[in-house]
Design a protein around this ligand. Structure first.
Ligand SMILES: NC(=O)c1ccc[n+]([C@@H]2O[C@H](COP(=O)([O-])OP(=O)(O)OC[C@H]3O[C@@H](n4cnc5c(N)ncnc54)[C@H](OP(=O)(O)O)[C@@H]3O)[C@@H](O)[C@H]2O)c1
Length: 239
């Protein structure tokens, strides 16, 4: 059986590739012929000849720089980055443990900053790249209990929008896909009735399915999308 070749020859870095959305995206690119580099704190959860796993905490700036040193032993180029890894502690601000708030800043905002900048240095050589951040409906809906998480996700779009300007001359686009909700370990941390009520109020009142996410990832990643940059796409009709 021949391998689909949509991403043949492309190297894709996916953070948070061990579970949930990140694993879904990593497996999608592998199935379409890409080489995938996966970042996560834990051990590899994907076995594939074109998958390379790196145990790294993206919230640790030095560790990210070290991880790119390891990446360069495998490949001298990265074409597509998916900044997906994130952590969530949902709690009202007055009782949010400061360490949990700090972890969200480090992993959800500083991590994508570091991964994007290190990857951009590699993209610069070939003057082609796609940086795609995984955002959240929380950035727009601003639900109580998610002050820091929502602020980080809003910041993620800002990060992409500024980098879009800085990297445009290198033909590197930077965009954000803001997911509404999809079943995962992260989502299961939240009260289901709260999520169901939020989703019921959306123009398209359903959870995302894998293809809803992959559709937008493919759109941002496409050769034809070279003019699409500094954009945030919200799923479900959130705006
Ligand atoms: N699920 C939803 O409904 C939903 C809704 C809106 C937005 N999102 C966004 O979608 C993305 C994926 O969420 P998910 O639901 O798939 O989450 P998840 O099930 O909790 O998976 C998170 C992934 O990130 C990795 N990770 C966490 N902290 C890390 C760190 N410090 N360094 C490196 N990797 C780390 C985890 O692996 P390790 O534990 O091994 O590190 C895991 O592979 C996130 O950006 C999230 O904010 C999700």
């Amino acid at each position: 059986m021949s391998v689909p070749s949509e991403y043949a020859g492309k190297v894709v870095l996916v953070t948070g590739s061990r579970r949930g959305v990140g694993k879904l995206i990593a497996e999608h690119f592998l199935a379409a012929g890409a080489t995938v580099l996966g970042f996560a704190r834990g051990a590899a959860a994907i076995e594939h000849p074109s998958y390379h796993h790196f145990e790294v905490d993206v919230g640790d700036t030095d560790a990210v720089v070290r991880a790119f040193g390891e990446v360069k032993k495998v490949t001298d180029s990265i074409q597509i980055v998916i900044n997906n890894a994130a952590v969530l502690t949902s709690q009202y601000a007055m009782i949010m443990p400061p360490a949990a708030a700090q972890a969200m800043v480090n992993v959800n905002l500083l991590g994508p900053f570091m991964v994007s900048r290190e990857a951009a240095k590699m993209m610069r050589k070939r003057k082609w790249g796609r940086i795609i951040n995984i955002g959240s409906m929380a950035a727009s809906l601003e639900p109580m209990g998610d002050s820091m998480y929502a602020a980080c996700k809003a910041g993620l779009s800002t990060l992409a929008n500024v980098m879009a300007k800085e990297f445009a001359a290198m033909n590197v686009t930077c965009n954000t896909l803001a997911i509404n909700a999809i079943d995962s370990d992260m989502l299961s941390q939240l009260p289901r009735d709260k999520i169901d009520a939020i989703i019921a109020g959306l123009p398209v009142p359903r959870f995302s399915q894998p293809d809803d996410i992959l559709n937008v990832i493919d759109f941002f990643a496409a050769e034809r999308s070279s003019i699409i940059t500094a954009q945030t796409v919200f799923l479900g009709g959130v705006n």
